[in-house]
Design a protein around this ligand. Structure first.
Ligand code: KG4
Length: 334
């Protein structure tokens, strides 16, 4: 039985190739986390086709909303707010969740909250029993983003450093595509790398070790790996992808710990699709010093979902930071 202080919010997400609806109680307990992945629709193109993505979002979102409400055992009238991702992402796709959320807000007369997808990702570990405490250093690493932030509170995120070219997940996907491993590349490369017999260093370190260098870069490594494959057809693929993965992950670990230690922040959050990588988790744990905490969501909350949207939406709800029904979508996070 829920009391007067119980706040239930619904989150909608359609920024890329997952349609998702999540329902969260008091910003911490996930009551429903429904995800429809379009991966099968895009796999033959080895990447997301925007037009196919937005059409598919439109086709499934109403059914997914119904499924989430049913799963949570509630109805529209039990909702206190509705949150939706409005940036960054594919604009045609973003519109589907945004407009659906506005309709729920208008008809139910509940606040509407437009959410930054990147901020939502960094909220994910706080849906799994970890107490929320600011500030923390957030590493967001996915197919579209690779960046480190200092997070001070809801809506208060300062960018420390980001990729100057490709995102880390994009490098996994493009290398997997070249090697005919399929899409998405990350999980397939991770699995294959585990079988490498010889663990050689085939590729140079990315960028400098300097604590002042906060950049990420994956385009040079990606090209080096692809060229190496072309020039060395005799080298076992698992050794090549192992060596690629080590270099790709090492930079993430180096940058996030440098940022945290420079800023004397003891809590690190790592989120986004690439955070599902088991080797990354292992490397972060190896680098962690006593007193430092590394929070990584479970794989289902690492990749795109809407429980995280409803979760961060709750923090905005508490602050009374609501959006208007004229709110638009944006390709970039601004
Ligand atoms: O956050 P996410 O679901 O969405 C977008 O960025 O759109 O991340 C997807 C990305 C893809 O590039 C995928 O290859 C990568 O995350 N990924 C992984 C793993 N699982 C997913 N990368 C490395 N290792 C994994 N286990």
């Amino acid at each position: 039985m829920k009391g007067n202080n119980d706040i239930i919010g619904i989150g909608l997400e359609s920024s890329c190739d997952e349609t998702a609806v999540g329902i969260v109680h008091n910003g911490t307990d996930v009551l429903a986390n429904c995800i429809f992945s379009q991966v099968d629709l895009h796999s033959e193109y080895f990447g997301v086709v925007p037009e196919i993505a937005s059409r598919s979002h439109l086709e499934v979102i109403n059914a997914l909303i119904r499924k989430a409400l049913q799963g949570a055992g509630i109805s529209f009238k039990d909702l206190h707010y509705v949150a939706a991702t409005n940036r960054p992402g594919l604009v045609g796709s973003l519109l589907i969740a945004l407009q659906s959320a506005k309709a729920i807000s208008y008809t139910g007369n509940i606040p509407f909250i437009a959410v930054n997808h990147l901020e939502a990702h960094l909220y994910a570990p706080f849906l799994e029993g970890n107490a929320l405490s600011y500030p923390f250093i957030g590493l967001l690493v996915s197919g579209g983003n690779t960046a480190v932030y200092r997070v001070e509170g809801a809506g208060r995120m300062e960018l420390i450093g980001k990729t100057v070219d490709d995102a880390a997940g994009e490098a996994f996907d493009k290398i997997a595509k070249f090697a005919n491993l399929g899409y998405p590349g990350g999980p397939r490369i991770e699995k294959m790398a585990e079988t490498a017999r010889e663990k050689r260093k085939l590729f140079p370190k990315i960028l400098s070790d300097s604590p002042d260098d906060t950049r990420f870069s994956y385009s040079g490594l990606k090209t080096a790996v692809i060229n190496f494959m072309k020039e060395n057809p005799g080298t076992p693929l698992e050794e090549i992808v192992y060596s690629f993965q080590e270099r790709a992950l090492e930079l993430l670990v180096r940058r996030v710990f440098t940022a945290a230690r420079k800023q004397s922040v003891a809590t690190i959050v790592v989120a986004g699709g690439v955070a599902a990588n088991g080797r990354l988790r292992q490397l972060l744990e190896e680098e962690r010093r006593p007193g430092e905490t590394v929070l990584i969501p479970s794989p289902i909350l690492c990749t795109d979902n809407a429980a995280m949207v409803a979760g961060i939406g709750y923090r905005y709800f508490l602050q009374g930071s609501f959006s208007t029904l004229t709110e638009d979508v944006f390709a970039r996070s601004q």
